[in-house]
Write a protein that binds this ligand. Structure first.
Ligand code: BES
Ligand code: MN
Ligand code: MN
Length: 452
């Protein structure tokens, strides 16, 4: 049975991807609410065109979910494909070579916001359905699709949606393509994702900005005080200093560390690929472990004082930082957020008014790397790529995967078609067109392998 796509199919599918990518479905931007909905409608249109039996746009208190199914035989395996049609904001727009919502092809890559995260990836599954139905008239398994519009804002309405539609969504396995391949030509099966705890810190000193000569030396500086706080959140060994932070963290097992050590990974090549002088993983861990299997803390943004051209002698009244932690299994986002908030408050000097806001978080996820359901995916990878998939955890977060596991009891297969160098969340996001087609083939083989 061949899964290779014809040239005319490829061209038509690429056109459909372009159509999706031209819709600015930025979920965080209230001004784009109607574009987000328009994107849901386009996803639904392409699902109907693919031949899915039932396609619905389902309302939530926020952006809608696109739901679809194709039931061949209730006795057969049912896979639920999850993806997200919402995207991150496009800023800074001036750093894009071509406009973010005018999909453009260069060097075999399609450039647009959402190309790899996640429109190009989930579309592979819809086009796989189209291809199989076109050639065989039926599917090897039952399929359900849940493509949401709020992943990039923390999926605030999806867990309740799963609760509410438990019966409707009943399935045997979850399939998600929203992660990366290990390297070009080398797919990976992701068996772990990190969670997230996100905070904003606002420090206020004086009632207003002041002349730094007239007032400096007597009035405290929030920018400096904020930096002092931030500098104490991690130590020399790159360990997070928040008391209790590591209490629930489980050590990587000897076997897992051994498996990691056997992966082909050149730290210096990785270092050069990101252009940094030196890598700084947590002491005692490799860069690969630090990036995927260890918890960490980052400052995501900082704002204070004068940041324009030239010099301005000002003593700012306020300083703000966004700080987040990536979490590993057993760490609870709410608990870590609270520990972090409490610690920041103890570090904050009496001279400052301190406001800490807990923002969205997400649970980490893990499944045994030898879970039987992953075998079907491994088989599909062997068929299409003629090699074994790499089994690894990923550093990013898709918090809803844990909810699918806990609410619907679904084991997860995370088989990504993207690559981490494709500028997701950054200017010039792109997706390798070759992987779009390969993803469609891989998806077909996965559905077939799940039927066995
Ligand atoms: N697809 C990404 C997560 C991802 C990226 C997983 C690469 C594995 C490899 C997802 O869209 C994402 O960006 N998630 C957010 C979390 C969310 C709560 C905003 C993240 O990881 O920052
Ligand atoms: Mn994503
Ligand atoms: Mn994302």
């Amino acid at each position: 049975m061949t899964t290779t796509l014809t040239e005319s199919c490829k061209a038509a599918y690429l056109e459909d991807l372009k159509t999706l990518l031209s819709i600015p479905s930025v979920s965080t931007d209230p001004e784009r609410k109607s574009e987000v909905r328009q994107c849901a409608q386009e996803v639904a249109r392409q699902m109907r065109e693919a031949g899915l039996q039932n396609v619905e746009i389902m309302e939530t208190p926020g952006h809608p979910v696109v739901y679809a199914y194709y039931i061949v035989d209730p006795k057969k395996t049912t896979a639920l494909v999850y993806g997200h049609y919402d995207v991150q904001p496009e800023d800074p727009i001036e750093l894009w070579t071509t406009p973010p919502f005018e999909p453009t092809i260069r060097d075999g890559k399609i450039f647009a916001r959402g190309a790899t995260d996640d429109k190009g990836q989930f579309l592979c599954h819809i086009k796989a359905v189209a291809t199989i139905l076109e050639s065989e008239g039926t599917l090897p398994i039952n399929l359900k699709f849940v493509i949401e519009g709020e992943e990039e804002i923390g999926s605030p309405n999806l867990a309740p949606f799963l609760e509410q539609h438990k019966e409707k969504l009943k399935s045997d396995v979850l399939v998600v393509s929203d992660s990366a391949m290990y390297a070009p030509g080398q797919p990976s099966l992701v068996y772990g994702l990190r969670g997230l705890a996100y905070l904003q810190i606002d420090l206020t000193g004086a009632d207003s900005d002041l002349h730094s000569g007239v007032f400096g030396g007597a009035v405290p500086n929030p920018a400096l005080e904020l930096c002092k706080i931030l500098s104490q959140l991690k130590d020399q060994d790159e360990k997070v200093t928040v008391p209790g932070f590591y209490d629930k963290v489980e050590d990587m097992s000897v076997e897992e560390r051994k498996a990691y050590a056997e992966l082909e990974f050149d730290p210096d090549e990785f270092r050069q690929s990101v252009g940094v002088n030196e890598l700084t993983p947590e002491r005692g861990y490799t860069a690969l472990e630090g990036r995927t299997a260890r918890p960490t803390l980052e400052v995501n943004g900082l704002l204070s004082g004068y940041t324009g051209e030239g010099a301005k002698t000002v003593l700012p009244a306020q300083a703000m930082a966004k700080v987040s932690c990536r979490l590993v299994p057993k760490q609870d986002p709410a608990e870590i957020s609270q520990l972090l908030e409490d610690y920041i408050r103890t570090l904050c000097p009496a001279s400052m008014k301190c406001k800490v806001t807990q923002m969205h978080g997400g649970h980490p996820w893990i499944t045994p790397p030898d879970h039987p359901k992953l075998e079907a995916a491994a088989k599909a990878v062997r068929t299409v790529f003629h090699r074994e998939p790499v089994r690894i955890r990923e550093g990013g977060s898709i918090p809803i995967v844990t909810d699918f596991q806990e609410i619907l009891g679904l084991p997860g297969i995370l088989l990504g078609f993207g690559l981490n160098d494709e500028n997701l969340h950054a200017p010039n996001e792109h997706f390798r067109i070759e992987n779009f087609y390969r993803g469609i083939e891989l998806s077909q083989e996965l559905f077939r392998a799940l039927a066995e």
